[in-house]
Ligand binder design. Structure first.
Ligand code: ATP
Length: 331
């Protein structure tokens, strides 16, 4: 009921009468009043004016089941939400839910991860009240070999949403990070359960630094948050984490539709390359089979990064085991 009340109050520019709420929800005035009281206790400032009704004055940046569900405007993604104040890892939880038969498009969100993960067993710092940590569950009918491209699809969606919502210039560091001013604000981790030629499920996890003001020493050089970057421009974030998450999901749906038509990035490659921070830059490819340097030429339709080596040879590197660095720093 709290979700529905939030939805109605959000959608209305004016006051909504108690009577209207009772009728839409099919409950008594006392029940509405109780739910409003509980919402206020969570930090929502709900004005009540006699003879006019209720109005949502201040929406706090809390993440909760109700807050997320009341923001969702997507066609199919995130219609089933599991929210946790704290979880080991949203990807791990998504895999557990997948095994239990959770539907296509399920969204797992946490306010804090105690064991947030990056690629190849590395950790992802996920403190309380600071970020957005979410995973979506998909069961696409695609070749398992085409699944890694979904990381790039999510990177595009997040880049679009951050740029639109904040005005910051978000760029992609191939293959799975989003950076602002050369520092990492987002990391993406895609994991899959598959047979040789059949995908059981895919989970795409995303961690976004939103409100951090500092980072642990080992990350300080290469990590940043949306608040930190906006502060540089004397601006503040004017969307809540739940609203930003919703915008990301909307963008993902749009990008995913383009991906699924061809099962590759033909329809998205141009935009991806326009937002690629590595584009035209000298990079160092940390390939376990041998590191090398070259000039990044952008991705191909399969999401591999094309790098021109000094001898003119063009290497097409796929994301699996490889990291890329700028030669003077992280990008
Ligand atoms: P690389 O950063 O080496 O290119 P990667 O992009 O694959 O590799 P991920 O596996 O996505 O890295 O993320 C894990 C790494 O990100 C960690 O090893 C750590 O250096 C860094 N990291 C961890 N938490 C955060 C955070 N909250 N913000 C930014 N960077 C983080």
């Amino acid at each position: 009921m709290k979700t529905k009340i939030l939805q109605i109050l959000r959608q209305s520019e004016d006051y909504v009468s108690g009577q209207e709420l009772c009728e839409s929800l099919g409950v008594s005035r006392t029940a509405v009043w109780k739910a409003i009281k509980q919402l206020r206790e969570k930090g929502y400032e709900i004005e009540a004016v006699q003879n006019r009704g209720y109005r949502l004055a201040v929406i706090p940046d809390v993440l909760s089941q109700q807050e997320i569900e009341s923001c969702i405007r997507t066609k199919w993604l995130g219609h089933k939400v599991f929210y946790y104040d704290e979880i080991d890892s949203t990807n791990t939880e998504a895999k557990r839910r997948a095994e239990e038969g959770a539907p296509y498009g399920t969204l797992i969100v946490a306010d804090m991860q105690s064991a947030g993960r990056g690629r190849r067993g590395r950790g992802w710092e996920s403190p309380h009240n600071q970020g957005i940590f979410f995973t979506i569950l998909l069961r696409p009918e695609i070749e398992p070999t085409n699944a890694p491209m979904l990381t790039l699809v999510m990177a595009m969606a997040v880049t679009r949403a951050i740029s639109n919502c904040t005005g910051l210039k978000a760029e992609i560091k191939w293959p799975n990070d989003v950076v602002v001013n050369g520092k990492k604000v987002v990391g993406i981790l895609t994991e899959m359960s598959a047979q040789i030629d059949y995908v059981n499920h895919i989970v795409i996890g995303t961690g976004i630094n939103v409100h951090q003001e500092t980072f642990p020493e080992e990350l300080a050089e290469k990590a940043t948050s949306l608040d930190m970057e906006l502060k540089q421009q004397e601006k503040t974030l004017n969307v809540s984490r739940a609203q930003l998450l919703e915008k990301i999901l909307e963008q993902f749906e749009e990008c995913y539709e383009k991906y699924i038509q061809t099962q590759d990035l033909s329809n998205l490659m141009e935009e991806y390359n326009q937002n690629l921070v590595n584009m035209g830059r000298r990079v160092r490819v940390l390939d376990p089979l041998g590191e090398f340097e070259g000039s990044a030429l952008g991705i191909n339709e399969h999401g591999s990064l094309r790098v021109e080596k000094d001898n003119g040879e063009i290497a097409e590197i796929s994301s699996g085991e490889v990291s890329v660095r700028g030669i003077y720093g992280y990008v």
